[in-house]
Design a protein around this ligand. Structure first.
Ligand SMILES: [Zn+2]
Length: 233
């Protein structure tokens, strides 16, 4: 007899509010002065001021996937220490309001998840069957979101800097995959290695690895000037 196909783990157990499948509207009174309200305020600030977020939002709009704050973001309580996630089914970015307390953290999470949303928009990403697609997007998110710009604290002319950055990206991508997919560490490592070079070198829509906020600002300026240069040709 055929065995029923085992339900796969897509990490939704980390987002308990996802399971209720209803997006209940909270009253203003309920949401004011709560984690939810603070989450909304920090999200708005990130969208308006972060060059990373602004560039990604522009690029998505250009690609025909305009992002709306109320439709595409959801501040929720999450389990464990998870900070956020991208729900490909509803095209929503989940922000873990109980785990994001600082603006800098919020900005990084918003950027990271927007890179997944950008990949979802531009490419035919098969999040559920193709682990290589997931791995590629996690590598890009770790590489481009500033998740690994911790190394910028050190002298970047340092010979080992480039390798530190790559190791950080690889390690973060691996951890992200293991957090949301039931897969062995060996298999995850193999897949990350297979796609690493091409995905690490894919810097869209930044055109470069933005090493820090200032660099992301330059990338944003270049992105906005892009069409002007083409128009002058
Ligand atoms: Zn991710």
């Amino acid at each position: 007899m055929e065995q029923p196909k085992q339900e796969e783990d897509y990490g939704y157990d980390l987002f308990p509010e996802r399971n209720s499948a209803k997006y209940k509207a909270k009253s203003i009174k309920e949401s004011l002065f709560t984690f939810n309200h603070k989450c909304q305020v920090m999200l708005q600030f990130a969208m308006e001021t972060s060059p990373y977020a602004k560039l990604l939002l522009s690029a998505m709009k250009t690609s025909g996937c305009q992002v709306f704050k109320d439709r595409h973001f959801s501040c929720e309580d999450c389990d464990g220490t998870v900070s956020g996630g991208f729900d490909a089914v509803s095209s929503q970015i989940v922000l873990c309001q109980n785990n994001i307390r600082k603006q800098s953290h919020m900005t990084r999470v918003v950027t990271h998840e927007l890179i997944h949303a950008f990949d979802h928009c531009r490419a035919n990403v098969d999040w559920f069957n193709e682990l290589r697609h997931v791995a590629c997007s996690e590598i890009r998110a770790a590489n481009l979101s500033g998740d690994c710009s911790f190394w910028n604290e050190f002298d970047r002319s340092n010979f080992g800097w480039k390798q530190h950055h790559q190791e950080c990206v690889r390690g973060r991508a691996l951890r992200s995959i293991l957090a949301v997919r039931k897969v062995s560490r060996e298999k995850a490592e193999k897949i990350v290695d297979e796609v690493f070079v091409s995905c690490f070198n894919d810097h869209a829509p930044f055109g470069r690895i933005p090493h820090g906020k200032k660099d992301a600002g330059f990338a944003y300026r270049d992105y906005n000037n892009r069409d002007r240069y083409y128009a002058n040709l």
